[in-house]
Design a protein around this ligand. Sequence first.
Ligand SMILES: Nc1ncnc2c1ncn2[C@@H]1O[C@H](COP(=O)(O)OP(=O)(O)OP(=O)(O)O)[C@@H](O)[C@H]1O
Ligand SMILES: [Mg+2]
Length: 297
Amino acid sequence: MTDDITAVIEPLPSRRTPRLRTPRAPRRSAATAAVPVAEPLAALEGRNISAWFGDHQVLDRVSLTMPAGVVTSLIGPSGCGKSTFLRILNRMHELVPSASLAGEVLLDGEDIYDPSRKLVEARKHIGMVFQKPNPFPAQSIYDNVIAGLKLTGTRASRDEKDELVESCLIKAGLWKEVKDRLRAPGAGLSGGQQQRLCIARSLAVKPRVLLMDEPCSALDPTSTRVIEETMLELAHEVTIVIVTHNMQQAQRVSQQCAFFLAAQGTPGAIVEHGDTEAMFHDPVDPRTFDYVNGRFG
Ligand SMILES: Nc1ncnc2c1ncn2[C@@H]1O[C@H](COP(=O)(O)OP(=O)(O)OP(=O)(O)O)[C@@H](O)[C@H]1O
Ligand SMILES: [Mg+2]
């Protein structure tokens, strides 16, 4: 169960410089793509991921497989690199000008950083929900849900859009609350509702993986419960990775858990990962025991 990468001494990996590209208009073939159908569940694998901001290394050769259809939780003290790892999983790390990384991210066995693969493809297949809900405030609930279609150049008829909006809002556990006001602005919803709207928006492009960075940390217990229930439902059709500081939440929603730690002055690494129950009740590493029992962090 203990992650062996921390024990293996390997030569320092060569860094990749971020590939910042000027966004281009989608090609005709992409612009006329039809509404995607759901793809089979996919595993996501980070291999030897290292990350830097300038010269500051914040992750050191982190490897983790996030199996298909499983909810994986990432836990660990503040600043140990959980969000950085998550952002590397859908190519958002490279948006920071000083950022660089090494390693591979494999979606269903294919490296999303392969130069022949498009950035937009990675983001489409690997969605992200952030700590602070970020719906487009001036847009209606309806338009928020289908916003990703425009961004990915997907053509859809009115009926297809209606169907998509309804199914995504149902999956996100929001339909009943908003079905009579789909044309009202997204900003008019409560924080918990806005977060579920963001989940619905992510689902509309039919991602294979959904990354969630502390999605409930700004929410009340009731909204948190609804989102946790939503996650458990969604796990049947999308692989989920969630960062959380809430140990109960990690136990409630995830089947696999990874404990990140950055010892004083060193980059973050995974101390231990494995079955969530075992991590919380019978961890191998004493640092995991201390962390999950609230002794530090
Ligand atoms: N944009 C940035 N520029 C420079 N350094 C950064 C940037 N973002 C994060 N860092 C640094 O990278 C390290 C890891 O940060 P990260 O946000 O990944 O940690 P985290 O585990 O998600 O923490 P938290 O639990 O507080 O969210 C920290 O030392 C942080 O200061
Ligand atoms: Mg974070």
